[in-house]
Design a protein around this ligand. Structure first.
Ligand code: NAD
Length: 436
């Protein structure tokens, strides 16, 4: 996509998943985009055309609009030409579960005084952050406008999500800054929710908490299906056709991960607690998710008994397909629990190995799914990468030492697994013993 004419130049501070996609997206719409990051290595790489993350279509979009993208580690000169400064720095959880806003505060501190500029918050922040930042600006006499513009993109389809958003949420005081952000998004023709800053901040947290609740809900239904003999895939199909419920986020599995859901759910819980409200439902959402990651271990023990000395292959490591993001991935819990129980873990992921190596200990990394499963006593499908659809299950069964396939994402056809001679354990579906 390319836009005609001159569009408002913007600054983007933080060139991670959100910042880089936002920058590339607005460059595609015709803006000059001045990107700043404190990570000098990342900026050097971007200048030389190296894209630090694996995200479908992003490298191509950046290459196509390279002449409008400017990269720097220096805030002031880079942002000289942009009155709208989008902030997309990380807001990871602290030990308490509150959002760590130190990177946001560092950006706020570094902003030069100006009443012609606006800070547009893309990072996910607690409700009240905008108000607190406006107080800081006022105390420092900086006169900045503040706009909350939370980001809803999903890793794995981030470029598409930027270009075809379900909605654009803009929280502001109703002046030129919000109008300018709305104008930037206008070519995307998406519904715009123009509201106050606090409500915009809450839309983001509430949306993620709702989606996480839906996942924990269907995971609990899956666990009851296991007790009662129902099949959660059939149950979800029947539920999802009710348009008050809808089919999305009704896939039972081994829990949600990633850089957003776990942290945002916990941050909302803490935010509520800090304001004196006990958000009981979210406690359960978090607890169900933690237990869900661990239930796989007992499924394996049911077949193999003690895991001491057993070889377990993990297929997929990223927190979901089409990304190399390993933050809070279920594979992290699984691999350490398996090793804790005495098993040896071999793993294969099509793109996340480099990230996984930074976070996993004691795991042997395989170059292919075939290498990972060779000699394994059990195989666990952790991430439903499309390439695993092509797996020759008969060959997998032939290469393994044992006979157990645990389908952590209800991804395989149970009868095909059974026909290949493998025992099949899934999430909320009847167990099957292999034929032959
Ligand atoms: P990320 O960790 O991938 O990227 C953050 C970037 O900010 C890094 O490159 C880091 O070097 C840079 N940075 C940190 N401090 C800086 C500073 N003072 N000045 C300039 N750059 C600085 O994070 P992300 O996944 O892109 O997430 C960014 C924000 O967007 C978070 O608040 C997150 O919750 C939110 N969000 C993320 C997603 C997602 O899917 N990743 C989706 C929606 C919203």
């Amino acid at each position: 996509m390319s836009a005609q004419g001159t569009r408002e130049p913007i600054g983007v501070i933080g060139t991670g998943y959100v910042g880089l996609v936002t920058a590339a997206g607005f460059a595609a719409l015709g803006s000059d985009v001045f990107c700043v990051d404190i990570d000098a290595e990342k900026i050097r790489g971007l200048e030389e055309g190296r894209i630090p993350i694996w995200e479908p279509g992003l490298a191509e979009l950046i290459a196509e609009h390279r002449e409008r993208l400017h990269f720097s580690t220096e805030l002031a000169p880079a942002l000289e030409h942009a009155r709208l400064r989008f902030v997309a720095v990380g807001t990871p959880p602290t030990y308490s579960g509150d959002a760590d806003l130190s990177a946001v505060h560092a950006v706020v501190e570094a902003m030069p005084a100006s009443d012609r500029h606006a800070l547009v918050m893309k990072s996910t922040v607690p409700v009240g952050t905008g108000e607190a930042i406006e107080r800081v600006f006022a105390a420092q006499g900086k006169g900045f406008r503040y706009v909350s513009c939370p980001e809803f993109l999903k890793e794995g389809s981030a470029v598409k999500d930027f270009l075809e958003p379900d909605r654009v949420v803009i929280g502001d005081a109703g002046d030129w800054a919000g109008d300018a952000v709305e104008e930037l998004y206008a070519p995307l023709d998406a519904p715009v929710v123009r509201t106050d800053v606090k409500s915009a901040e809450m839309v983001k947290l509430a949306s993620n908490a709702f989606l996480a609740t839906k996942i924990s809900f269907i995971n609990e239904i899956a666990n009851v299906c296991e007790e009662t003999g129902a099949d959660v895939v059939e149950v979800a199909r029947g539920m999802g056709l009710d348009d008050r419920i809808g089919p999305k986020f009704l896939q039972a599995g081994i829990g949600f991960g990633g850089s957003c859901f776990p942290k945002d759910v916990t941050a909302l819980k803490q935010l509520a607690g800090n304001s004196g409200y006990h958000f009981q439902l979210l406690n359960s959402v978090i607890e169900v998710n933690e237990l869900q990651k661990r239930r796989v271990i007992s499924k394996i023990q049911k077949h193999l008994g003690s895991l001491v000395g057993k070889e377990i292959a993990l297929l997929g490591l990223a927190f979901k397909p089409n990304t190399d993001d390993m933050r809070e991935a279920s594979s992290l819990v699984l691999s350490s629990r398996l090793q804790g129980a005495g098993a040896r873990v071999r793993a294969y992921d099509p793109v996340a190995e480099d990230e996984a190596r930074k976070l996993m200990r004691g795991v042997e990394f395989a170059d292919s799914a075939a290498d990972a499963v060779a000699g394994a006593d059990a195989v666990i499908l952790v991430t439903e990468w499309p390439e695993f659809r092509e797996l020759d299950l008969v060959a997998v069964a032939g290469a393994m030492r044992g006979r157990l396939l645990v389908d952590g994402r209800n991804f395989f056809d149970p009868q095909a697994v059974r026909a290949a001679g493998l025992a099949y354990e899934a999430i909320g579906r009847p167990s099957l013993n292999g034929e032959g």
